[in-house]
Design a protein around this ligand. Structure first.
Ligand SMILES: Cc1cc2nc3c(=O)[nH]c(=O)nc-3n(C[C@H](O)[C@H](O)[C@H](O)COP(=O)(O)OP(=O)(O)OC[C@H]3O[C@@H](n4cnc5c(N)ncnc54)[C@H](O)[C@@H]3O)c2cc1C
Length: 376
């Protein structure tokens, strides 16, 4: 059993770390404050081939394995969880859906531009009455000759205002179906923006479909395959979020470590107080456990043997670890942890989303329990 990264993975890791720490981390406060990823950042990421990381070279992707892609997400999550989320939705949800469910023509039409960052993707599944239960979606796709006519409202669509292509799920005559819809399609309107507790750099909007016409050739897979297409995409997205959560937990630990080393009370750095040390000890154990889980799950995905419950387990654990570590590190900061002056308060707000997006923690538990008792 060899737990080490190979030479190429080590090289990628160092490249991702350098880029994330030099280009992304310094902009994280601005991304949060201005509620958008700063101009030029995604273009710079695309130049480093980070926006098409897991896409095949055939579509101008970097064709990274899932272990390397996880290393990328960890470094992005460490630098700025908003930016990591934008990238995960774009390349992990939207592009991967086209890769897996799209025809050769659809792949050629979208993926090279997505890898180049010239076309940002979004994924529109959630609706006002359909969150954890996507089978309840009410958006419709009626067939009209060579076109489909889409109607309905999508909510919580991350990347909506920067996306040029949306993966949209709607009820077609044959059941829930996936479509790739350009932002310029007539009848597609980006609606109100969610004002969020954290991940403020992610543009999350409602999407209105009012007699939105798309050619039938924009359908992904067959009618009725939408939920299985979404399920497979969300499985992989869970690994990416788990890796980003690992990075965010590490960033929180680093912030706490620096503060605890510098802040003096009772005549000594608070790091010397045993109660504070315990916070760090518990956090390190959780982070290292999560690291192994993320790497092992990514490795299993590379082997083609990762089961959905394993991806659910990684995401469930990751959300808990990131929240627990960020929460302890806010406490380490005392009153300063509650101040927006310190990065830990942003990290704390950001990581809270990890237990909701990509399927809530409870839904990961449902997947896990069903894998044990599904036959009953
Ligand atoms: C930051 C962020 C980004 C997002 N980005 C996107 C995106 O790009 N595209 C997209 O389509 N959606 C996106 N979402 C939406 C996200 O997928 C949903 O919020 C999530 O699936 C939960 O749905 P809901 O909010 O409707 O909650 P609900 O489904 O209403 O759940 C409410 C509560 O009930 C619990 N619950 C529900 N059913 C069960 C059950 N059977 N057993 C136990 N507990 C249950 C849930 O766990 C939760 O605690 C995003 C959400 C966030 C916060």
């Amino acid at each position: 059993m060899d737990f080490s990264l190979d030479e190429e993975q080590v090289m990628f890791q160092s490249m991702f770390r350098d880029f994330a720490q030099e280009e992304i981390a310094p902009l994280a406060p601005e991304t949060d404050e201005n509620e958008r990823v700063p101009d030029g950042l995604l273009e710079a990421a695309a130049e480093q081939e980070l926006l098409g990381a897991p896409l095949p070279e055939e579509y101008d992707g970097a064709e990274l394995d899932w272990v390397s892609t996880s290393l990328l997400m960890e470094e992005l999550g460490k630098a700025c969880l908003s930016t990591a989320t934008v990238v995960a939705i774009h390349s992990g949800l939207a592009a991967q859906t086209i890769l897996e469910a799209g025809s050769d023509d659809q792949r050629k039409a979208y993926l090279p531009d997505m890898a180049a960052g010239e076309l940002i993707g979004a994924f529109a599944l959630t609706e006002p009455e359909a969150g954890s239960d996507p089978s309840a979606i009410q958006a419709t796709a009626a067939r009209d000759g060579d076109e489909y006519v889409l109607n309905g409202i999508k909510t919580w669509v991350a990347n909506a205002s920067i996306a040029a292509a949306f993966i949209i799920f709607a009820q077609a005559p044959g059941g829930i179906t996936a479509f790739v819809v350009p932002s310029a399609a007539p009848g597609l309107e980006v609606g109100y923006r969610e004002l969020t507790m954290g991940l403020r750099g992610v543009a999350i909007h409602a999407l209105h479909l009012k007699d939105c016409r798309v050619p039938a050739s924009n359908q992904l897979g067959d009618e009725g395959q939408g939920l299985s297409i979404a399920g497979r995409a969300l499985d992989r997205y869970r690994l990416l979020l788990a890796a980003a959560a690992l990075g965010a937990a590490e960033a929180a630990l680093q912030e706490g470590k620096q503060f605890a080393s510098e802040r003096k009370q009772f005549g000594a750095p608070i790091a010397t107080k045993q109660a504070i040390g315990n916070y760090f000890a518990d956090s390190v154990v959780e982070i290292e456990t999560l690291r192994h889980l993320v790497h092992h799950t990514a490795w299993k995905l590379d082997q083609g043997t990762a089961e959905p419950w394993e991806l659910a387990a990684a995401k469930l654990h990751a959300g808990r670890v990131a929240r627990a570590v960020a929460n302890r590190m806010v406490q380490v900061h005392g009153g300063y942890g509650f101040s927006n002056e310190y990065p830990i308060s942003r990290i704390y707000r950001d990581v809270r989303a990890l237990e909701i997006m990509g399927g809530t923690s409870q839904m990961q538990q449902v997947v896990l329990a069903q894998s044990l008792f599904g036959g009953l």
